[in-house]
Design a protein around this ligand. Structure first.
Ligand code: TXA
Ligand code: MG
Length: 334
């Protein structure tokens, strides 16, 4: 286990960006903000750095990583873009979209980052700090969410610190992120396929493509060693506390994660946090992981979650909540 490192925390700015680029070049692990969640970056061309990254997160090495780049020209050097991929890249990059494509010949990204697959996941983030680090470094950066594997993704530098302090070299802090759920992942195969709902609503993508995105087959979500979307393990986003979905009332002693007008029983709940009192799904996505962490830290034995509409960012929110609810069966940590 890799512990005992001194983890520096720097406020975002020129000095932090230069330090991040230097650390990455030296094989270091650097957490930085993206518009979706904080990422844990390593040099995508350095297998030793990637091995340290898997170890620091406690992540299974069969779960491949997303390569982050600063522009489409750089992305074309590592992935083969078909017509669909170009259309999506031009419409949504930089932004919260990841494309899974066949690897380009002579792709410089280390095999370990793609877990032996013939495909590669690529994203061009829009966050100005992420972009500045990527430009200063000049090579692809692999960056999973900067949490311990299986934990809730971090939306603030404090979340990163609580999971990874002493395991990584640097955290660049630029406050809470804007979107709050991870990028949407689209596989550009014979048919474009929605591998993970995320920060770019499905509807926006389907409008640009003029067609529906295909769903992965149900067994692609299983906990097998090589599912189609390898990271979509059923219990991925688990807090330690049990999670009860579609709650129409709160019981005494439960923590309530509300959306819109709180349900009956809110007054006797042990704690109440409201993702969005006025029912704004963007606001709810931005609050989701922080509120789950906060309620997980209360003594409540269960987090009751009110129903969230399955549209726009609601699809990604419900996906993460379903995984949080499955996780409890594998855990008894509280
Ligand atoms: O918003 C995001 O995407 C954040 C920020 C930091 O960019 N990153 C992120 O990375 O969420 P991570 O590692 O937590 O999730 C990446 C997902 C995993 O589910 C992984 O299995 C999947 O992408 N993935 C990576 N390469 C793949 C590939 N070649 N084929 C299918 N899925 C892939
Ligand atoms: Mg993750």
């Amino acid at each position: 286990m890799q512990t005992g490192l001194t983890t520096a925390i720097l406020p975002a700015g020129e000095a932090a960006i230069a330090a991040a680029a230097t650390m990455l070049a030296g094989g270091g692990l650097v957490a930085f903000p993206t518009e979706t969640v904080y990422g844990l970056g390593a040099d995508a061309t350095n297998a030793a750095a990637i091995a340290r990254l898997y170890q620091a997160k406690g992540r299974p090495a069969f779960n491949p990583l997303i390569s982050h780049l600063s522009d489409l020209a750089a992305a074309r050097a590592i992935g083969r873009f078909d017509e669909t991929a170009v259309r999506l890249a031009e419409a949504f990059w930089p932004g919260p979209l990841t494309l899974v494509l066949p690897k380009a010949p002579n792709c410089a990204v280390a095999e370990l980052a793609t877990a032996g697959l013939e495909t590669i996941a690529i994203r061009i983030p829009s966050h100005p700090v992420a972009r500045a680090i990527l430009r200063a470094f000049g090579r692809p950066v692999v960056a999973p969410s900067a949490n311990l594997s299986g934990h809730v993704s971090p939306t603030t530098a404090a979340h990163v610190q609580s999971d990874l302090q002493g395991r990584i070299d640097l955290i660049v802090d630029s406050g809470p992120v804007e979107v709050g759920v991870e990028s949407t992942i689209v596989g550009c195969f014979d048919e474009p396929i929605l591998l993970r709902p995320g920060g770019l609503p499905r509807e926006n993508i389907e409008r640009v493509l003029g067609r529906a995105l295909v769903q992965p087959p149900a067994d692609a979500e299983s906990d097998s060693a090589q599912p189609l979307a390898p990271g979509m393990l059923a219990s991925h986003y688990a807090p330690r506390t049990r999670v009860r979905l579609n709650a129409t009332c709160a019981e005494a002693g439960e923590a309530l994660l509300a959306y819109g007008a709180p349900v009956r029983g809110a007054d006797i709940a042990a704690a109440v946090m409201n993702l969005s009192p006025h029912g704004d799904l963007n606001e709810a996505a931005a609050n989701l992981f922080g509120y789950l962490r906060a309620l997980d830290a209360t003594p409540a034995k269960c987090i009751a979650v009110m129903p969230i509409p399955e549209e726009g960012l609601g699809e990604a929110i419900n996906d993460r909540l379903r995984r949080a609810a499955v996780g409890r069966d594998h855990r008894d940590l509280k």
